[in-house]
Every structure is written in structure tokens, then in C-alpha cells.
Design a protein around this ligand. Structure first.
Ligand code: NAD
Length: 280
């Protein structure tokens, strides 16, 4: 039997529709949510992501601005981001990664005030998430949890395997699953036998950036498989899951494209609306 395929675009559109209503109500009360995206000489791929975020934001009524700070020194860049944090017309600030010239991006991220850090990546917000009291949850992990919720998949008491442990995706996801009552197994490059972990899991989330890494032999019958990976192969997007084989063994699977990707953008916008609301 073939797995149920999650329609991330449909779930994202439903959330976007709710956001349109919230933004409209905020705007009539005099607050138009605004997101500022900061970049340093973004490459072609980053430019695509920036345009996608701006287009989607403007569809729901959020004002956006992209600012390239490549002409400033690192000290000026930090000052610029801190000053922007004090601008009351700006509700959310994100840095479009990767950032040219920064060895430790965290230093620049930490110039964003926690109440405008809608990517949830400042040290303060990472700590708040760890302690179970998050201000903003990073958009991709939030999107994964929302997909499971909308698909009526419970997490409590489940064994979940998260492949990948980056600050952006894997790490916060593992924290969220643990806090939701799951037993969490984390796979990464240094784990010798990933299959040992994935075969124990009721839910497998792949966020490695390694095309076709998860094959059908690696999962239990009827597992739920969420594919976060985005890999460009010969101009086509491919996930971390070998979709064609895994879909015949899993009970539910998210595709690439059309799964987690559309959720990420909309969850970022939902964080911007949350920031704007709490500023009033
Ligand atoms: P990253 O490179 O920062 O981290 C990758 C993690 O996966 C690391 O912890 C690494 O140890 C682990 N890993 C890599 N290859 C592995 C392998 N072969 N076996 C086991 N573990 C392995 O990447 P990231 O920023 O966390 O992104 C991960 C993937 O998710 C990428 O494909 C990225 O494009 C994608 N992504 C998608 C969205 C979305 O909206 N769908 C958002 C962010 C990232």
C-alpha cells in the first residue's frame, strides 16, 4: 500500500489565509507588520529565497524590506543591526544566511533583539527554546511540528529519529520532539549505523542535505517520514528521502518539493505577525 502524501502547499495556504485575517485586523488598528531581511552579497540561491519570502509576505499584507550591508565593516554591520532593532516600525529582523565575511555568524545574529528575532536564532532565543519557554521557534522545525499536528499524528510516547543536528533545523527539532513527550534519537555524520536508529523510529525526520539518504530498508513498516532536505540535482529539487521506495513502506510521507518547504516560509511569517502583535 502506498503512503498518504502530505500536501505542504495546502496546509501552508490555510495558515496563510489565517495570517491575512490577522494582518488585516492589526493594520486597521494601526500596526502594519514589517519584516526586514538583511544580507551580505547574497548568492543566486539566497536571492531566490529572499524574493520568495518577500513575495509570500506581501501576499499576506506584511511589508518587507531587503537591505544589503556588504558595504559596511563588521563593526558597522553590528551597529546597523542593533540600530534597526530599535526602529519601532520594524517587527521582525532576519539575516539571510550564509553571510559573507562572518566566521561566527552568531555574533551578528545576537545583535537582533530577542523580541524581533523571528528566525529564533539568537543565543537568547535558543536558550529559551531549550528551557521550554520559547519566544520564537525557528520556522522549519515549527513547520514540521505543524505538519504533524495538521496530519493528526501524535508525538507523545513516540520514538522519533531526527537526522541532522544543525542550529537551524535538527537541534531545535530534537528539543521540540523531546518537549512533546517523544523519545528522540539523533542521527548525524558521525553516527556509524544510521539504520540502527531509523528502524526504531515511528517518525523519521530527515534534515541532512544528503540526497536519497533514507531508503526503504532503513525504516519500519508504516513509519511517518518527513523530508526536510532540499538538494538540487541537475536543476531539479530532491529531498533526503528516496521517495519512490519509501512511499511504499511508510504510512505518511512528505514530498520534496511541496512538503516542508512551503511551510517554512509561512511559519516565518506567522512569527512576524506574532512579533507585531506583541509590540502593540
Ligand atoms: P547543515 O549542513 O547545517 O546540517 C546538516 C546536518 O546533517 C549535520 O548535523 C550533519 O551531521 C548531518 N548530516 C549530513 N549528512 C549526513 C549523512 N550522510 N548522514 C547523517 N547525517 C548527516 O544543514 P541544515 O541547514 O540543517 O539543512 C539540512 C537540509 O535541510 C539541507 O538540505 C537544507 O537545504 C534543508 N533545509 C530545508 C528547509 C526547508 O524549508 N525545507 C529549511 C532549511 C534547510
Amino acid at each position: 500500500m502506498s503512503a498518504k502524501i502530505i500536501d505542504g502547499r495546502k496546509i501552508a495556504q490555510e495558515i496563510a489565509n489565517d495570517l491575512i485575517a490577522e494582518v488585516s485586523s492589526l493594520s486597521t488598528r494601526g500596526t502594519v507588520p514589517k519584516l526586514v531581511i538583511i544580507g551580505i552579497n547574497p548568492d543566486k540561491r539566497a536571492q531566490v529565497y529572499i524574493r520568495m519570502k518577500q513575495r509570500r509576505a506581501e501576499e499576506v499584507g506584511i511589508t518587507t524590506e531587503f537591505i544589503d550591508i556588504a558595504d559596511k565593516t563588521p563593526v558597522e554591520q553590528q551597529k546597523f543591526v542593533s540600530n534597526l532593532g530599535e526602529d519601532t516600525t520594524v517587527h521582525g529582523i532576519i539575516l539571510q544566511l550564509p553571510l559573507m565575511g562572518w566566521y561566527d555568524v552568531q555574533d551578528l545574529l545576537d545583535c537582533i533583539p530577542a523580541n524581533k528575532d523571528v528566525d529564533g536564532l539568537t543565543s537568547i532565543n535558543q536558550d529559551l527554546l531549550e528551557t521550554g519557554n520559547p519566544k520564537f521557534i525557528p520556522a522549519t522545525p515549527l513547520g514540521v511540528i505543524e505538519i504533524l499536528k495538521q496530519s493528526h499524528i501524535s508525538i507523545n510516547d513516540k520514538t522519533v529519529c531526527v537526522i541532522g543536528r544543525s542550529n537551524l533545523v535538527g537541534k531545535p527539532l530534537a528539543v521540540l520532539f523531546k518537549q512533546a513527550g517523544a523519545k528522540v534519537l539523533v542521527g548525524h555524520r558521525q553516527v556509524e549505523n544510521l539504520t540502527n536508529l531509523t528502524r526504531q523510529a515511528d517518525i523519521v525526520v530527515a534534515a541532512a542535505g544528503s540526497p536519497g539518504l533514507i531508503t526503504s530498508e532503513m525504516i519500519q513498516n508504516h513509519a511517518v517520514v518527513i523530508d526536510v532536505g532540499i538538494n538540487e540535482i541537475d536543476g531539479k529539487l530532491q529531498g533526503d528521502v528516496d521517495f519512490e521506495s519509501v512511499k511504499n513502506k511508510a504510512s505518511i510521507i512528505s514530498p520534496v518539493p511541496g512538503g516542508v518547504g512551503p511551510m517554512t516560509v509561512v511559519m516565518l511569517l506567522s512569527n512576524v505577525v506574532k512579533a507585531a502583535k506583541s509590540s502593540t
